[in-house]
Design a protein. Structure first.
Length: 53
């Protein structure tokens, strides 16, 4: 019985740590996305200007 409880507690710890790491990775990726979107080029005219004929 004690071994079973010990295994469950260790599995719980491992899963908790895995979830904590995944949350951290998600936050890092979200920060990278928002940082990259700040420098995203807007919808401007680009190189083509003037009138189209």
């Amino acid at each position: 019985m004690w071994n079973w409880i010990y295994e469950l507690e260790s599995e719980k710890f491992d899963l908790t740590e895995q979830m904590r790491r995944q949350k951290y990775e998600i936050n890092v990726l979200l920060n990278r996305i928002t940082h990259a979107q700040k420098f995203k080029k807007g919808a401007g005219k680009g190189k083509v200007g003037g009138r189209w004929k």
